[in-house]
Design a protein around this ligand. Structure first.
Ligand code: GLC
Ligand code: GLC
Length: 641
């Protein structure tokens, strides 16, 4: 250990001992072992963040004490989980992993309803369930719960903290890990810290970023991106109660926390470990890009934003080692990649793959998808992508302009095309999406819409064209086939498996009307789900085929913990990759067009599969003495026989 770190640990140890050793000597000894292993990292990150504070050691001691206290409070069942995870740190790479995400109220009414749906989750094959923010939040507008008023209280309409802990345990017994958000960039303006700040308490005003006049806000604003330009221009909100401007990156009721204040770090560490002790196994770190501010910069993805997560990660290793972090960075792919590391976020959304799957469906070409994935899919082997086709948020076209330029594609123009395509303005488009947050100054815009509506099902059903319905279903399955086979954890937005369509009723609710993302957050229609086994119905045609893909994935370890090599299939419409593990190889081909494609036999031999193989999806035998014909949107998972 670094000398300075060792010295300060020795200084702090007796103080911690005096306060905590009496509680439980065995647990205390385990804590000491972890502290020895991770203190150096923690110390280093905190020193870099807060070393200039005159009372640095006081804060360090407070943070350690929080960690020790939370470790001692950690339930035995979770300590047993810690041991299992430490013995098998690659557990989340398994091909058995399958994620699902839903809103508690919209999917099942409340936590009791979610509990009652566990048999369904098991039927589907889920091993990971992300429940959207379920904490106490303001009535009316609350950004779908992303304005948290207390991290210790469940929204009473959904249930209680005791119910949440029971649910976590029951999910775990069913082989499902509970995933929740840690919304740590901001709190709601009704959080107790914000209330105290509003009441004039200077200590709590220092938890947030508050300015007496427009001077600093204007100076910052000159460099900031507007995240919700429809809602408010600039990133600050005036609060007459205190005659101050408050930093609000997102909505005016979401107050950014001031992480330059070590007290904020400590308080949030406690909330984090509290949630870990409730039984949350993965924390989705919300809005990671925005947590650190520096005048003259965009205040996104600053080095300190990484140090913060690394410090929290070290704390988790010490006090709740089973806990994993998932990064939510919906930014340039270079920046997304920087959050992914075993010592930072072990998991990350893959917004680039998500956006490019839709890009390929629109263009019928996979050039940008292939080129970007060849350069950007590989990450640290101790980490995993969370691959998804849709989530509760908008689709932003976050591909790299530099990648696009290499292929002769102009980023700005291409985004204009994609926006026109997915809002149905482009002639011949199959999509029924809505614009989200059009910014007239930059002409930037994002897209809302459910998977099925964006893939053409809504239009095809309305126009009652059977061939178009089939094509839409194939598009839905095609993009899911990629996330289920490319490596990493596939994540389903629950409802997509039965083809949930856009729900326009949000327009009648004043608390939602201004936010088109509600169009793709429909309440679960259980009549639709009830038809899922009936292959005569649209729901059944999607569900049964998707379920089959999930089964194939779960039966083939190479589709989980294996390497991915993105290949050039020699065909601009066909995306291809090889998955391999311990000598086993699977070639995956996915055609992104409704025009029939042929893959020459020698192309198949080239990828080392030999002469005869089976399509794991259909069970069909294929030999490489003749061209492989891919019907509209066909995908094959070819294993040598
Ligand atoms: C994240 C959430 C999004 C929310 C924002 C502010 O990006 O996914 O829904 O609006 O954070 O919390
Ligand atoms: C921006 C943010 C992202 C957030 C989204 C919500 O893209 O970068 O974090 O999810 O806005 O719309």
């Amino acid at each position: 250990m670094h000398r300075q770190a060792a010295r300060s640990l020795n200084r702090l140890r007796p103080r911690l001992d005096a306060r905590l050793a009496a509680a439980d000597p065995a647990a205390w000894a385990a804590f000491q072992t972890r502290l020895d292993a991770h203190f150096e990292t923690l110390f280093d990150r905190l020193l870099r963040l807060y070393g200039d504070q005159y009372d640095f050691f006081y804060h360090l001691e407070t943070i350690l004490e929080t960690a020790a206290r939370m470790w001692l409070a950690r339930p035995a069942e979770l300590k047993a989980l810690d041991a299992r995870r430490e013995a098998d740190p690659r557990w989340f790479q398994s091909s058995r992993m399958l994620g699902g995400v839903c809103y508690v109220d919209r999917f099942a009414g409340n936590l009791a309803g979610i509990r009652a749906r566990i048999p369904y989750f098991k039927e589907l094959g889920l091993t990971y369930l992300h429940l959207m923010p379920l904490f106490l939040c303001p009535a009316g507008e609350n950004d779908g719960g992303y304005a948290v008023s207390s991290y210790r209280d469940v929204n009473p309409a959904l249930g209680s903290m005791a119910q949440l802990a029971d649910l976590a345990a029951e999910l775990r017994r069913s082989g499902i890990s509970l995933v929740l958000d840690l919304v740590y960039n901001h709190t709601s303006d009704e959080h107790e810290w914000a209330r105290r700040a509003l009441a004039g308490d200077p200590d709590y005003q220092d938890y947030y970023l508050m300015f007496p006049d427009r001077r600093m806000p204007d100076a910052y604003d000159a460099h900031l991106r507007e995240i919700f330009p429809d809602v408010r221009r600039g990133s600050f909100t005036y609060r007459p109660e205190v005659d101050r401007w408050v930093w609000t990156t997102f909505h005016s009721f979401q107050w950014d926390l001031n992480y330059r204040n070590p007290a904020v770090f400590d308080r949030m560490a406690e909330e984090m470990l509290f949630l870990a002790n409730v039984g949350v196994e993965v924390l989705r770190l919300d809005a990671v890009a925005f947590t650190w501010k520096q005048l003259g910069t965009s205040c996104e993805n600053l080095p300190e934003a990484h140090l913060l997560i690394q410090a929290y990660n070290a704390l988790a290793r010490i006090a709740a080692p089973a806990l994993l972090f998932k990064s939510e960075a919906i930014v340039h792919p270079d920046d997304v990649a920087r959050y992914i590391a075993p010592g930072e976020c072990q998991l990350s959304y893959n917004p680039l793959l998500m956006a490019l799957l839709w890009e390929s469906l629109a263009t019928r070409e996979v050039r940008l998808l292939r080129y970007s994935m060849q350069r950007r899919f590989a990450i640290d082997p101790g980490c995993a992508w969370v691959n998804y086709v849709r989530c509760h948020d908008d689709i932003g076209w976050t591909f790299s302009d530099e990648d696009a330029a290499q292929l002769g594609i102009h980023g700005f123009d291409h985004r204009q095309f994609l926006n026109a395509f997915y809002t149905g303005r482009f002639a011949g488009s199959f999509a029924r999406g809505l614009p989200f947050q059009f910014n007239p100054a930059t002409r930037d815009m994002r897209i809302s819409g459910t998977c099925a509506s964006l893939a053409g099902l809504e239009k095809a059903l309305r126009e009652e064209t059977a061939t178009e319905v089939e094509l839409a279903i194939r598009r839905i399955l095609l993009i899911h086939s990629v996330i289920l086979s490319i490596g990493g954890i596939p994540l389903l937005y629950l409802g997509d498996e039965v083809g949930a369509l856009n729900d326009y009723s949000y327009r009648d609710d004043p608390a939602k009307a201004g936010d088109s993302r509600w169009v793709h957050r429909p309440a679960a229609d259980w009549e639709r789900f009830a038809r899922r086994a009936d292959e005569q119905t649209v729901e059944g045609r999607i569900y049964t085929r998707l379920r089959r893909l999930i089964q194939v994935r779960q039966a083939h370890p190479v589709l989980g913990d294996g390497e991915t090599e993105i290949v050039d299939t020699g065909n601009p419409h066909v995306f291809g990759y090889v998955r391999q593990r311990a000598g086993q190889r699977i070639l995956i081909l996915a055609s992104f067009t409704e025009a029939e494609q042929r893959i020459p036999a020698n192309e198949l031999r080239l990828h080392g599969l030999g002469y005869a193989f089976t399509d794991l999806v259909t069970g069909e035998s294929i030999t490489s003495d003749q061209d492989l014909v891919l019907e509209p949107y066909r995908f094959v998972w070819l294993a040598a026989t």
